[in-house]
Design a protein around this ligand. Structure first.
Ligand code: FES
Length: 564
């Protein structure tokens, strides 16, 4: 196997000439022979003017370069697609697989002995892990780190659970236009990812658990000096990885994914992480099942008191002991023989000094924040392939509930009618959104957090059972059933639901059922029209190849050959 500049030569039909030409062009950038002889560490830079969460990346990447140089490597940064969550139409999820292809192909096509993946915002870390897993070049993830909280009139605020809380108050008429405008400037005040246990923070915790990021680094705030030290250490570790050749497939094992699922449950993490973990696992031939999630959920307590399930923020988790404090509580339930990027096992890391733990934020396994895991999978006649409920962020009042469906055919239909004073809806009804899944929307937007109809929210209603084939932001909360699979646009039973049908949810039985006779559903099925595919481009590729939520919404041709 070749190293450094001699890796993966350009194909001119003359390998010696290809290396000669590459070296002469590399020298044009001012590198000495000594520099060009060192192990090359690529730095995948997902910074962008369209990504507020990554705005500190120039400083962070300079620290990575420092670490690479100090350890005797040559750092070479390269740009990739960046996915700034709120700047993308129709949804960042549509482009996660595209970014993963970019990352994979650029790692493979360019001559690097190891790569530092620098990402943070929701879809960037999953895309980088997916790409790196498929490229299988030694890799380490450097996380952006969470934002700091802001203050408004004495109240602590953090994106984006508080964005949703205040917007709900505004919709209910509880605060004025001037007040909501003032809060807008206080919700996201520093660089870094959302300040609560949303998708980005969840994926950061899971990446550290998987062993793909340095121990103790997931929760360090973006603007903290420790984050720069973590960047420098990541650069140093990448040089070591280049020398030892420890590849992602030896770290991303079935046991490591089981550990990650446990931590997802214990931190009250985002529902989106189920999809992303499934997709990353699918790249290395590991299957994650929703049945396994339910088994783990019953035996894994929620330990972390963070929004949206609890009251604290990511900077509090950092001060409380970080992911290591969670892992130590879970240790008897974890597979401790899993390797990490340091070359140590998880068990060896956890055997080190524990340090201070703030038990207000990270509870003990004996006195947990909640007795059972944060997520449950539901199955039934409405979701034969499964659906997800984040019970840690939902009101238990609706866990056993039967109600009348109020159906919205699409996101446009939802926007047009949800606040119509004439909408026939009561607090006990079940709001149902169709055509918001991977194919239907397309891109499975975070639209599952259906707003409470304004006439009900103004009357004081704060929660209702809501069901869709969409996703939900990890920062959102409520009695919300997501990822209904198969989605309505893929022929799932959800497409047959009509207003007035009865729907039954039982969290105890893990069931989600449409209480309509089979013969009536067959009659309705004959009248459903297929969705027209876009004629060209990435969206055509996407619709032709995207899989359902139970396969991580990856493309069929990107999964590990054993999982296609
Ligand atoms: Fe980037 Fe929330 S918008 S992590």
């Amino acid at each position: 196997m070749s190293h450094g500049l001699a890796r993966g030569l350009t194909n001119y039909g003359d390998r010696d000439f290809a290396l000669y030409l590459r070296r002469s062009f590399a020298r044009s950038m001012g590198y000495s022979d000594a520099a060009l002889a060192k192990p090359i560490v690529g730095i995948a830079d997902s910074g962008s003017g369209f990504n507020n969460c990554h705005r500190h990346f120039p400083e962070l990447i300079a620290a990575v370069e420092r670490g690479v140089l100090a350890a005797g490597g040559l750092p070479l940064r390269f740009p990739t697609i960046s996915l700034g969550e709120v700047f993308l139409e129709p949804t960042s999820m549509l482009y996660r697989n595209l970014m993963s292809m970019d990352v994979e192909e650029m790692i493979r096509a360019q001559p690097m002995d190891a790569v530092v993946l620098v990402g943070g915002c929701d879809k960037t870390v999953p895309a980088q892990l997916m790409g790196a897993a498929s490229a299988n070049v030694p890799a380490i993830q450097l996380l952006a780190g969470p934002m700091m909280t802001g203050r408004h009139e004495g109240e602590r605020l953090g994106a984006c659970t508080d964005c949703r809380r205040f917007w709900a108050k505004y919709r209910a008429g509880a605060i004025t236009k001037d007040q909501i405008d003032g809060i807008e400037g206080r919700l996201a005040t520093t660089s870094g990812t959302c300040a609560v246990m949303g998708t980005a923070s969840t994926m950061a915790c899971l990446t550290e658990t998987l062993g793909m990021a340095l121990p103790g680094t997931a929760a360090i705030p973006a603007v903290h000096a420790d984050r720069l030290r973590a960047a420098e250490a990541s650069g140093e570790t990448a040089v070591r990885l280049a020398r030892t050749g420890l590849t992602p497939d030896r770290i991303l094992t079935a046991a490591a994914f089981e550990n990650a699922l446990r931590v997802l449950l214990a931190v009250g993490g985002s529902t989106n992480a189920v999809i992303h973990l499934t997709a990353v696992a699918g790249r290395v031939g590991v299957t994650l099942s929703l049945e396994a999630l339910n088994r783990l959920s019953d035996e894994t307590p929620v330990l972390v008191d963070l929004k949206p399930s609890g009251q604290h923020y990511m900077e509090d988790l950092f001060a409380a002991g970080g992911v290591g404090a969670v892992l130590r509580e879970l240790a008897p339930r974890l597979r401790l023989d899993c390797l990490t990027v340091t070359g140590e096992t998880l068990g060896e890391w956890l055997a080190g000094p524990a340090g201070y733990v703030d038990r207000a934020v990270v509870r003990t396994a004996d006195e947990p924040f909640q007795a059972v895991g944060g997520l449950v999978a539901l199955f039934g006649t409405l979701a034969p392939g499964g659906a997800i409920l984040k019970r840690s962020a939902a009101g238990a009042r609706l866990f056993e509930h039967e109600g009348r469906a109020v159906v919205f055919q699409s996101l446009d239909d939802l926007a047009a009618r949800i606040d119509d004073p004439a909408l026939d809806v009561t607090p006990d009804d079940v709001l149902v959104l169709k055509n918001a899944g991977p194919i239907g929307a397309p891109g499975m937007p975070e639209a599952g957090y259906l707003p409470i109809p304004q006439k009900l929210s103004r009357a004081g209603v704060t929660d209702m059972l809501r069901i869709s084939d969409a996703r939900m932001s990890g920062t959102a909360y409520g009695s919300i059933v997501l990822h209904v699979t198969p989605e309505s646009a893929a022929g799932g039973p959800l497409r047959l639901v009509t207003s007035g049908d009865r729907i039954r949810l039982s969290v105890k039985e893990r069931r989600l059922d449409l209480l309509v006779e089979a013969a009536e559903l067959e009659r309705r099925a004959e009248r459903v029209e297929a969705i027209a595919a876009p004629p060209r481009g990435y969206r055509r590729l996407y619709l032709d190849h995207v899989l359902q939520a139970d396969a991580g919404c990856d493309f069929d041709f990107l999964r590990h050959p054993s999982r296609r």
